[in-house]
Design a protein around this ligand. Sequence first.
Ligand code: C5P
Length: 419
Amino acid sequence: MLAGKRIVVGVCGGIAAYKVADLVSKLRQAGADVDVILTEHAERFVSALTFSALSQRPVYGDLWEPTGEAAARHIALGREADLLLVAPATANTIARLGQGMADDLLTTVALATTAPLLLAPAMESHMYQHAATQANLRLLAERGAIVIPPESGRLASGEIGPGRLPETPTLLAWISKTLGRNGDLAGRRVVVTAGGTREPIDPVRYIGNHSSGLMGFALAEEARDRGADVTLLAGSVNAIPPDGVTLRRVGTTLELRDATLEAIREAEALVMAAAVADYRVERPAGHKIKKGSADENPDGSLTLHLTPNPDILAEINALVTAGGAPRLIRVGFAAETTDVERNAAAKLARKGLDILVANDVTKPGSGFGTETNEVILLSAGGASERLPLMTKREVARAIWDRVVPLLRDRAPSSRDAEH
Ligand code: C5P
């Protein structure tokens, strides 16, 4: 949750400094209060005016400006910050931070704050890979700094290699994840499945469905931002999966089944938001099926023989009943078109779920590809709760809100014991 958070963004003198303007704008739009500090070198690449216009706050630079106000400011900035991000973090500033120097406002704030320090190194590849830079980064990481790995690609120098500042959504994901690291899912391992499965017909065709993956992604992001260690198993989706989670791509239902069974070994909660194909083509053709070929029936029609896929949640239920994964909290989804509540209650029992999230996909604003969802939450205890139309992120929040107490009861963590 970025709203109301106090984020100090230190911008250093690297060509990627311009990209941070966009980040500041997005942080502001998300409701964060952003204080920007420009190093002396950053001011040669970007203007303070750009950042003050975007952050709607003064931008800090010179520790020794004549009023002396900024000199006192480092204490306040450091004390009030929820997070300090240095982006782009140049080799020079990384070295100064590593040595604990305090020769400008940014390095002084970095020493004066107890907020988490996020570093986004961005520079020419050789500078990034230099033993000195790597040693400084290791040192900072050992002291608790979080280093966002730079991306590989074309750099300003024209060379191709590691050193690019990640794009804004990636930086936002790291910020959200860091802010939430002490949340109510801290230390919990959870698995979320998202998107649709694809069952091959031949090498170029498949049977798929309209799942966009948005609900699963919202669940993964929400869990990540509450401190969970998230494994996201994504089938076919039409959105970019979130950063800051362990992502595994899957194709068919059988692949999803294997990936899910493996991922839950270490997990305490599984949320199956994926739209799983109940059937697959029994024998996918090894070649592209052609009109007028022997693949067709004599009357020109084509027959695909479909065979049932395993029900992943039902298999996991059987595993739990047999004594495997006894603590796993299981949440399923039911996309219904008729008699939603009754069908959903039957599904919850059949699949042995703790929570079933039922939605009527025929309702406007609910279901595939929409940003919103209107759902009913059914619990194993028999409770049923109808939630109003809300964003998928809000639905995700409501689901995890109900999973957290179940986790505390079934798999208390050392943190719970402290309370
Ligand atoms: O039975 P139905 O497909 O409506 O159940 C939906 C729920 O079961 C979803 O959570 C879905 O991810 C899961 N499912 C499954 N294995 C299947 C089909 C659905 O785990 N073969």
